[in-house]
Design a protein around this ligand. Structure first.
Ligand code: BG6
Length: 532
C-alpha cells in the first residue's frame, strides 16, 4: 500500500527506495503540493531537499505535482535550477540522482505572482483544474504556507475567495493546509489566525508546523518514556527534583534581524519549541498514539502550568541580550550592532523561566527553561535531575557526588546519558560522576531524516500527531502573555551577557532556590564556569 493512500506508517516506510535507473514507484492517490513561498529561503534550505530525499527513499511519487507560487524568480527554468542546487547540496540523499531529479522536475510547475493579488489565485486554480482533470484519481490539494506571517491572511482570504480551499473543488479531492511558524505574535493574533483557518478547514485539515516535533530525538522522547518500563515509576515528584530544558544556540540572527527584533527569544523559541519539549517530558501516557490522544495529554500539561503573576515574573524569569564576545573562536558583534536591530531595542536574546506544573505527578518540581542565542556551544537538552541519595555513607565525598541525572540530548551528539556516581580506581575512595551513554549514530548507523521530511510526509498522509493543535497553541500563548506584559512594564530588567558565555549571571539566581545548579550541556557535570 502506498504512503499516500491512507496506508499505515509502517507500510509507508517499507516502500522500496528509488534506485538509479528504476521506474518511479506508483501511488494510488494523487496529491498536489501547492507551495506558497516557493522562491523563499525556507523552500530552498529545507523543503526541496526534504522532498527530494523522500522521493529517493520511495516515500513520495517522483512526479509529485508541485505547484510553486512565488514572485522573486522570473521563470520556471530558473526556479528549477535553484531547486536542483538545493536538492544536490542540502538533501540527505547525496549524490543527487539526475534521473530521479528529471522525474521530479517534470512535476514542478510555477505560477509567478503576488500573494495578495487575486490574479495569482486564478492562475493557480486554472493549473490545478488542469492537473486534476488529467490525474488518474481526484486530486487532493496540500497548501503549504512557507511565507512570512503577514502573508497568512492574504493567502487564506484568496484561497477562500477563489474557491481553491472548497471541499467541492475539481473532482472533490481533499484540501489541507500547512502553516509555518510563527503562529501569531500573541494570544489575540493566534486566536484570530485559528479563527480564519477554521472558517475554511476542519481541525484535522490544519497542520501547524513546529519543526522540533519532526526531530527524531524529540519523537524518541515518547518511546523512551512509554516503551520502557524502568523510567515511569521514577517519573514523578517523589524521585525527580527538577527538570532543566536548555536550547543553547551559537548562532546570532542569521540575517533575520528585523523579524527577530520584533519577536525575541520568548516568542521565537520558548512559546513553541520549548513548550513542546516540556509537554512531552511531563505528559501522562496517552491511551494510544492517535494524534488527538497524544495532543490531549500535551495540552493537559500546558493547562497545568501555573500562570505567572507580575510578582512571579520578577522572581521567576530572566531576560537578557548579548554583548560583543567570542563564539567558537570568532569575534561577534553585540546584539545592538546586528543589522536590522533598532538602536533602542529592548528585545531579549536569552530567556530563562522557572515554572511549576500543578498536577499530582509534578507538584513541587520546578521546570527550569533557558534558551539563548550566541551562547558558548550549541546544545538542546533535557536534564531530568533525580533527588539525592537519602543518606550518604561516603564521608568526605559529599561534594563530589552529584544527584543522578538522565540527560536527553536532542541535538547535537543525539542520544541519552544516565549520569551516576562511580568509584575512581585506586586505593582511596574518590567518587566521580560518570555517564552511561547511548548515541543514536553508533546504535543505528544511519543519517536520521531531517525534521521536515517527517513533517511533510505526515501532512500528506494526514497524520497530525506531530503538529500543534489550536487549543495547545492558544494555551501556550496565554501562558506567555503575563510574562510579555510584565516585561513590557519593566519587571525583570534586561540583563546582558557576553557572546560565547552560558548566559547572564541572573540565571544562576533563578535556579538557586531549587538547591540545584544548571547542568553543563553535553556533560554529566554541573556548569563549571560562572555564568558570565
Ligand atoms: C526557529 C527559530 O524556529 O528555530 C530560530 O525561529 C532558531 O531562531 C531555530 O534558531 C532553532 O532550530 P534548530 O532546529 O536549529 O534547533
Amino acid at each position: 500500500m502506498s504512503p499516500l493512500n491512507g496506508g499505515q506508517r509502517t507500510e509507508a516506510v517499507e516502500t522500496t527506495a528509488w534506485t538509479p535507473g528504476a521506474a518511479c514507484p506508483r501511488f494510488a492517490e494523487v496529491t498536489a503540493l501547492v507551495l506558497f513561498g516557493a522562491t523563499g529561503d525556507l523552500t530552498r534550505r529545507k523543503l526541496m531537499p526534504a522532498i527530494y530525499s523522500l522521493m529517493a527513499d520511495g516515500l513520495l511519487p517522483c512526479g509529485l505535482p508541485i505547484l510553486s507560487v512565488g514572485r522573486r524568480v522570473a521563470a520556471r527554468e530558473q526556479l528549477l535550477e535553484e531547486f536542483h542546487e538545493a536538492a544536490a547540496t542540502r538533501s540527505r540523499r547525496k549524490p543527487l540522482d539526475e534521473a530521479l531529479w528529471a522525474a521530479m522536475a517534470e512535476g514542478i510547475h510555477y505560477v509567478r505572482g503576488e500573494l495578495d493579488d487575486s490574479a495569482t489565485y486564478a492562475a493557480v486554480k486554472e493549473k490545478l483544474e488542469q492537473l486534476d482533470s488529467q490525474a488518474p484519481a481526484p486530486m487532493n490539494r496540500l497548501f503549504y504556507l512557507a511565507v512570512p506571517p503577514h502573508f497568512f491572511r492574504p493567502v487564506i482570504d484568496n484561497l477562500s475567495a477563489s474557491g481553491l480551499s472548497g471541499q467541492s473543488f475539481g473532482r472533490h479531492g481533499w484540501p489541507r493546509i500547512v502553516v509555518e511558524k510563527p503562529f501569531g505574535s500573541d494570544l489575540e493574533s493566534a486566536r484570530e489566525l485559528n479563527r480564519q483557518l477554521q472558517m475554511l478547514f476542519s481541525e484535522k485539515q490544519i497542520y501547524r508546523m513546529d519543526h522540533y516535533l519532526g526531530k527524531e530525538t524529540v519523537q524518541n522522547l515518547l518511546v523512551l518514556r512509554f516503551a520502557n518500563a524502568i523510567f515511569e515509576p521514577l517519573w514523578n515528584h517523589r524521585y525527580i527534583s527538577n527538570v532543566q530544558i536548555t536550547i543553547s544556540e551559537t548562532v546570532g540572527l542569521e540575517g533575520r534581524g528585523q523579524y527577530f527584533d520584533r519577536s525575541g527569544m520568548l516568542r521565537d523559541v520558548v512559546q513553541n519549541h520549548m513548550f513542546e519539549l516540556l509537554a512531552l517530558t511531563a505528559m501522562e501516557p496517552p491511551v494510544s498514539m492517535d494524534a488527538d490522544a497524544v495532543r490531549d495529554e500535551k495540552t493537559k500539561v500546558l493547562r497545568s502550568l501555573r500562570p505567572l503573576t507580575e510578582a512571579d515574573v520578577a522572581q521567576r524569569t530572566v531576560r537578557a541580550r548579548y554583548d560583543a564576545g567570542e563564539v567558537e573562536g570568532q569575534q561577534v558583534p553585540a546584539y545592538l550592532q546586528e543589522p536590522g536591530v533598532a538602536p533602542e531595542s529592548q528585545t531579549e536574546t536569552y530567556a530563562a523561566l522557572r515554572l511549576e506544573v500543578d498536577n499530582w505527578r509534578w507538584a513541587g518540581v520546578p521546570f527550569l527553561l533557558r534558551a539563548g542565542k550566541r551562547l558558548k556551544s550549541r546544545a538542546t537538552e533535557i536534564v531530568v535531575r533525580f533527588r539525592p541519595a537519602p543518606h550518604l555513607v561516603f564521608e568526605g565525598q559529599e561534594r563530589s557526588i552529584e544527584p543522578n541525572a538522565l540527560v536527553l540530548r536532542i541535538q547535537p551528539n543525539e542520544g541519552v546519558s544516565l549520569c551516576f556516581a562511580a568509584k575512581e580506581p585506586g586505593p582511596g575512595l574518590h567518587i566521580q560522576p560518570v555517564p552511561l551513554e547511548f548515541h543514536f549514530a553508533d546504535a543505528f548507523k544511519i543519517e536520521p531524516p531531517d525534521a521536515y521530511e517527517r513533517l511533510i510526509l505526515d501532512s500528506l498522509l494526514g497524520d497530525g500527531t506531530l503538529f500543534a493543535r489550536a487549543d495547545s497553541i492558544e494555551q501556550s500563548w496565554s501562558l506567555m502573555m503575563p510574562i510579555l506584559e510584565a516585561w513590557q512594564a519593566g519587571a525583570s530588567p534586561l540583563a546582558t551577557y557576553p557572546a560565547g558565555s552560558w548566559g547572564p549571571p541572573e540565571a544562576k539566581a533563578l535556579i538557586e532556590p531549587t538547591g540545584d545548579q544548571w547542568q553543563e550541556p553535553g556533560r554529566c557535570l554541573w556548569a563549571a564556569e560562572p555564568e558570565s
